[in-house]
Design a protein around this ligand. Structure first.
Ligand code: SAM
Length: 441
């Protein structure tokens, strides 16, 4: 008889939150394999079955043993709390099966039975914190390098995701939650709501509502999930709630649609509309730089450039005009500025410093992958392989320049025509526009 491996997620731990299919799968099994705590949680369902209890670290052993029993023709339930595919046994079991040469056409059948995972179980106990975009991050560095975890926390924090932290702390791993808190605090208000839920739907269930600045002072253990709100999450009447976004479109929850919005359609700030908002912002902020617009909208400079190119007579981008340089003319368009006259070659560091080289005597030379801008007292080396697009830009009577952008649309460096006594030299300006007209797409 062909064996079977049923990978069963039995939910947070109580009978009511176990799915019907999980119940059936455990009932059907000849052998039940699991971490000893999980076995205890389903002990009423194990009469007459062979039960194999394993320690927490013996994950791969559990998978190997499941496969060995299935090869003998038995039906094996490999059980895990929550959803077995979420930080659970499903991944390692497939790895063991593939290594053994198993395929979906093999005699041994494999089924994954999903369950209510900790983040949704925990969320349900504290309100509705996950009603908008969220992500889960495990703070366990037993198998994942800390820089990987820290980068994910940083990215989630910067992107304003609600964050569910699994495996936040154990007897040995006490510093990870403190480090995660430090990273989150770099991007979020210290008063951001946080819910700390221990043993959801189990006998020792415990819930603590707190704020990000106090998060790591609370009791947190192995059976805890930590939910960190985004910038819109609130705690009201003891409930942690993340708004769905209705306030972006409606005057109130049951009220009229806001001016400029339409029910059932993307927001004015949706994919097709947000460029219009960029142009309006540039009209309202005539002295804004392209970088400050990009910072304001939290999108790369290239998207601000693209919004400007779509301007029309009734929807101008303030005083800006931009033009994308033909791909084959990128280098020519940049090196042409060698002859414009006095130019300012500008580089910004992400951390906030700006370096400017101002000179009418800068030599441009491409040496291998480096474009070198050199004069006696200053060298600027631009990694030309990183330049993915080149744009000309003009703002009213105040700015003329050429921008080098990387493949992410961020500025590598830009060269601006310098003014003398607050005016552009007419000859220099003519050369600038001649470059614009020659290399423009
Ligand atoms: C190895 S992961 C297993 C996750 C599980 N497969 C799931 O989908 O919920 C263990 C972590 O899940 C979280 N967790 C599991 N059950 C929980 C519960 N009943 N209450 C709170 N957190 C729980 C804790 O963060 C714990 O450290």
């Amino acid at each position: 008889m062909a064996g079977k491996i049923l990978m069963v997620g039995f939910g947070p731990g109580d009978a009511a939150n176990m799915t019907q299919r999980a119940r059936e799968a455990i009932a059907e099994a000849d052998v039940v394999i699991g971490y000893s705590t999980y076995i205890k949680l389903v002990k009423n369902m194990l009469d007459g079955k062979e039960v194999i209890r394993k320690g927490m670290t013996e994950e791969v052993d559990r998978s190997i043993e499941a496969y060995q029993h299935a090869k003998l023709g038995k039906c094996v339930a490999l059980i895990s709390s929550g959803d077995i595919g979420i930080y659970g046994m499903a991944g390692p079991t497939y790895e063991v099966l593939f290594q053994a040469g198993w395929s979906p056409n093999s005699e041994i059948k494999v089924e994954i039975i999903p369950g209510v995972t900790a983040l949704s179980a925990c969320a349900s106990l504290v309100g509705a914190p996950l009603t908008h975009d969220f992500c889960s991050i495990s703070l366990s560095d037993l198998l994942t390098p800390w820089p990987t975890i820290a980068n994910r926390v940083e990215a989630a924090a910067a992107s304003d995701f609600v964050v569910a932290l699994y495996n936040p702390k154990s007897g040995r791993r006490t510093g990870q939650i403190v480090e995660a808190q430090k990273i989150l605090l770099r991007h979020r208000d210290p008063k951001t709501p946080v819910a700390i839920i221990k043993s959801a739907y189990r006998a020792l269930q415990d819930i603590q509502m707190t704020t990000l600045d106090k998060m790591s002072e609370h009791k947190i253990g192995m059976l805890t999930t930590v939910l960190v709100g985004n910038h819109t999450t609130t705690i009201q009447q003891g409930m942690m709630v993340t708004p769905r976004g209705y306030a972006n479109k409606y005057e109130s929850l049951t009220g009229e649609v806001k001016a400029g919005e339409r029910a059932g359609h993307s927001l004015g700030m949706g994919l097709n509309g947000w460029g219009e908002v960029v142009r309006e912002w540039l009209r309202d902020n005539p002295n804004a730089t392209l970088k400050s617009a990009a910072d304001y909208f939290m999108r790369p400079v290239v998207e601000i450039m693209q919004a400007i190119t779509k301007q029309s007579e009734n929807d101008m981008a303030g005083l800006y005009e931009v033009a994308l340089v033909k791909a084959e003319e990128r280098l020519n368009a940049v090196t042409a500025s060698e002859n414009w006259g006095i130019i300012r070659a500008i580089v910004r560091s992400d951390a906030g410093a700006v370096a400017e080289m101002v000179s009418g005597n800068i030599k441009f030379e491409l040496r291998e992958e480096w474009l070198n801008l050199e004069q006696d007292s200053f060298h600027l080396h631009i990694h030309w392989d990183k330049v993915d697009s080149v744009w000309f830009s003009k703002r009213g009577e105040s700015q003329r320049g050429v921008y080098m952008l990387d493949k992410y649309g961020h500025i590598v460096s830009h060269l601006l025509l310098a003014k003398e006594l607050d005016l552009f030299d007419p000859a220099s300006e003519q050369k600038f526009f001649s470059s614009w007209n020659s290399f423009n797409e």
